[in-house]
Design a binder for this molecule. Sequence first.
Ligand SMILES: *Cc1c(COP(=O)(O)O)cnc(C)c1O
Length: 372
Amino acid sequence: MAESKKWHAETLAIVAGRAPSPGGPFNVPPTFASTYRDGGDLGYGRWGNPTWSAFEETLGELEGGYCVSFASGLAAVSALVASVPLGTTVVFPSNGYNGTRGLLERLEKEGRLSTRAVDVVDTQEVLNAMDGADLLWLESPTNPLLGIADLPAILRAARDVGVTAVVDNTFATPMLQQPLALGATAVVHSATKYIGGHSDLLMGAVIVAEESRRDELVEWRTTQGAIPGVMEAYLALRGLRTLPVRFARQQRTAAELAERLDDHRHVLRVRYPGLASDPGFERASAQMGGFGAMLSFEVRDAESADRVIESLRLVVGGTSLGGVESTIDRRARWKGEEQLPGGLLRLSVGLEHPVDLWADLDEALNAVFANS
Ligand SMILES: *Cc1c(COP(=O)(O)O)cnc(C)c1O
């Protein structure tokens, strides 16, 4: 797409990945095929699909690289982790997505690689851990503490010493940051979250700057079989078309709720990089195009946090994020996250009216702490 360089993300999300055939549909329709007739270049359903390609072209344009889609976010993560040689040292965020952490710890237990956990907010700690490492795994903002890593500095250093650097961009989306432009080797997404955006599918993607890496990833996907479903790819692209407008609105509401929660007498602490008092505020302001739509807040203890969730009538208790509906999760209930504050609630802000969301949160908090 020759003109794409001068278009904004809002425009690219609409026009990328469209088949310009006169008389045809605007969107590439779902192609349900396990096999194709001889004479074309697709051959078999595990090797390629026009619906995947339309999704990949669009997300690739938004991230500024070549995109390969997978069956889930974790399948995309696995494809990248699998590409490192046996015996490799992997540096990863101690406060990162627990699925990625679980995968790395399992591979370590099997003796395939060794890991070094770091607090990615501490730049010096990350730089020190990179010494002798082969792969650096980054998340910013982190899940669920919303810590901000100094991506420009860390990615520059990784490039200088030749460490493969991967950024999980699920929370920020390409609307806020494009890590490839900062020197990342690869970007990974759980498209299950903001990209799909409607809590009705699982899908993942890797985006790389080099065509040769794309080809390797496609070969891995073909060999391993972790291919996305056709309907999933179709729905994920449908979701991606409205990502810019959904995200802008969700982010605005999140900023408003973060301010109000921060002033609430029953909330001990709010973590949102858009709050001027947040430790990540300056970094986020310098390196991101916005502060995102995820926030965490703490109440007294685990028991009251669970009661807050039960008292909510609009915000839904549930573990995923990035959908049109606001969801809330007490993270310390999960295996591997017991070290988090028990009363920490992670809120994924949806598209409901901010006034209704605030009324719901305020009423639930006041009801739970009525006698305190
Ligand atoms: C959900 C998630 C994943 C895993 O994606 P799935 O689609 O659930 O496999 C990876 N990274 C982050 C940050 C996530 O939130």
